[in-house]
Design a protein around this ligand. Structure first.
Ligand code: KIV
Length: 275
């Protein structure tokens, strides 16, 4: 079973893998493929619940999906996102919500976005491992003015490096870097003692994460530059749905092989009184 120790041991030696999942079966498949870690991202608001962004996601949503993922993950290390407004208001609320997430889902760690140093200190002190998240932080989409590469400009890059060091100091055991230029991600990865988890932050990070619907092509929505489609599940699924509709309409499905049969005498007995 992958633990927090694997992140420490593999740092600078072996690249690690993480994918998002939001349900039992996907988690089981990801786990069976040997992916090291599963993130129950608040991206579930967009890819599972159809919201325009992650802001509407609640702690209850995260717990509902987190529980299902934990049931499917036998080996992978499961991280659950803390949703918008579950940690920003106060340290006390942050610890209470992180505790609920871990207790009720059985996950191994939580992730939170931004410079909430006191919250990270308090949650780790409570014995809950924390992943930080810097660069593009989708919960701040309104203040960033959209989903854009972060840390490109020299002052912003300098601040990003300083912020990563502060999160490490606060106790984060890993930091997600989203949409960050390669040179900065590489520098941060070498500078930190803890792991970096990259998404749109080059192959220099210690671990990579992608949203599973993006990387399997389960959606035909336009993808960000950093996404690679490793399959085309959208086309496969549309093909299956269309064939199903055609076969039902022309009665080639279900055929005999999909049908339960019954001996004539039992059938005659069953219907005799109702003829
Ligand atoms: O919510 C999410 O899926 C994430 C990843 C994009 C890192 O935070």
């Amino acid at each position: 079973m992958v633990t927090i120790n694997n992140f420490k041991e593999n740092k600078g030696k072996k690249k690690m893998t993480m994918l998002t999942a939001y349900d039992y079966l996907t988690a089981k498949n990801i786990d069976e493929a040997g992916i090291d870690s599963i993130l129950v991202g608040d991206s579930l608001g967009m890819v599972m619940l159809g919201y325009p962004d992650t802001l509407s996601v609640t702690v209850d949503d995260m717990i509902h999906h987190g529980k299902a993922v934990v049931r499917g993950a036998k080996n992978a290390f499961v991280v659950v996102d803390m949703p918008f407004m579950s940690y920003q208001v106060s340290v006390e609320e942050a610890v209470r919500n992180a505790g609920r997430i871990v207790k009720e889902t059985g996950c191994q760690a939580v992730k939170l976005e931004g410079m909430y140093v006191d919250q990270i200190k308090a949650i780790t002190t409570a014995g809950i491992p924390v992943v930080g998240h810097l660069g593009l932080t989708p919960q701040s989409v309104n203040s960033m003015g959209g989903y854009k590469v972060q840390g490109k400009e020299k002052e912003a890059a300098k601040k990003l490096i300083a912020d990563c060091l502060k999160l490490e100091e606060a106790g984060a055991f890993a930091i997600t870097l989203e949409c960050v230029p390669r040179r900065i991600a590489e520098f941060i990865t070498k500078k930190l003692h803890v792991s970096t988890i990259g998404i749109g932050a080059s192959n220099e990070c210690d671990c990579q994460v992608l949203v599973w619907q993006d990387m399997t092509g389960y959606t035909n929505q336009p993808a960000a530059k950093f996404v690679k489609r490793f399959a085309n599940l959208y086309e496969e699924e549309i093909k299956a749905f269309t064939e199903y509709k055609n076969e039902v309409e022309n009665m080639t499905y279900p055929d005999k092989s999909h049908t339960y049969m019954m001996p004539d005498e039992d059938f005659e007995y069953a219907i005799k009184e109702y003829k």
